[in-house]
Design a protein around this ligand. Structure first.
Ligand code: KIV
Length: 308
């Protein structure tokens, strides 16, 4: 668990002691994530939506796989996360859990699967563990969700909070806008976000996602809380970082300001698909090497135009 136990050892200390392969490292648990704060480590979290990518990200040593409701936008082609259903989230969580060996799997509660009442939230969160194979859930909201977080945490389902730019509040925010730039107590104001952070921690969350807020506000929250913060568009001062997988891989058409393309898979996929179209069109795929052959010789097939 090199990433989340501590900052890397000095070079000399690491000489001759290569890191063990990713899946030989111990399973990441909720207590491990909580311990990060005191140990100066950095948590890595990425979204995942299927078993193939979950296995790759897990092998790369990513600590937390978040089955985010962002799948509504990057997988389902929706304009927002609002229409995503609980059944859809659980289906994708099950896929991710099958591909994971070491990482902690966190399921994201979709819009209106937890806001109706704390009892509804407990039932929805429970489905992520029972049916999806998740080990924790995430939900959006601060002060207003404190009782809900408490209810879920009380039945020993670990909860990750999420405040700042909360995509399920897109209509209240009037778009995906940076929050916490103004002073005051209205939703999205700096002092209100500080209250939200305190409320999420007091309610029993084990970690907190900070999305789309100024870096100095994220630093203030990170210094104020005993639980680790995980930032997205919140600067480097958080205890960890999270990105949407499609942004990291360069699969999205546009990359948000806060994200970095660590690869350009959009170009690669285009190149591969164009190559396939060209080779099939020209009759060069499949080649004879890419064919199965009969075990006993058979007569040459009659070619069109061949005489008999
Ligand atoms: O749904 C999601 O992917 C998220 C992350 C961006 C934190 O909530």
């Amino acid at each position: 668990m090199a990433r989340i136990t501590a900052a890397p050892a000095p070079r000399s200390a690491r000489k001759g002691s290569p890191r063990p392969p990713a899946d030989a490292r111990p399973k990441v648990t909720v207590p491990d994530i909580l311990r990060v704060k005191g140990q100066g480590g950095r948590i890595t979290m990425l979204t995942a939506y299927d078993a193939t990518f979950a296995a790759i990200l897990d092998a790369a040593g990513v600590d937390i796989l978040l089955v985010g409701d962002s799948l509504g936008m990057v997988v389902q082609g929706l304009e927002s996360t609002i229409p995503v259903t609980l059944d859809e989230m659980i289906y994708h969580t099950r896929c991710v859990a099958r591909g994971r060996r070491r990482a902690l799997v966190v399921g994201d509660l979709p819009f209106l699967s937890y806001q109706v009442s704390p009892a509804q939230a407990v039932a929805s969160a429970g489905r992520f563990l029972k049916e999806g194979g998740a080990e924790a859930v995430k939900l959006e909201g601060g002060v207003a969700m404190a009782r809900t977080i408490e209810a879920i945490a009380t039945v020993d389902i670990p909860v990750m909070g999420h405040i700042g730019l909360t995509p399920q509040s897109v209509h209240r925010m009037g778009g995906y806008k940076v929050q916490g730039r103004t002073h005051g107590q209205r939703a999205g104001d700096r002092e209100r976000i500080l209250d939200d952070a305190r409320a999420v921690e007091a309610a029993g969350a084990f970690a907190l996602v900070l999305e789309g807020i100024p870096r100095d506000l994220a630093e203030e929250i990170t210094a104020m809380l005993a639980i680790p913060t995980i930032g997205i568009g919140a600067g480097p001062g958080c205890d960890g970082q999270v990105l949407v997988l499609h942004d990291l891989l360069g699969l999205s058409e546009r990359t948000p300001k806060f994200a970095r393309r660590f690869a350009d898979l959009r170009t690669e996929v285009l190149r591969a698909a164009r190559g396939y179209v060209a080779e099939v069109g020209a009759g060069r795929f499949p080649s004879d090497d890419e064919c199965y052959h009969s075990l006993v010789p058979v007569a040459e097939p009659a070619r069109s135009g061949a005489r008999g």
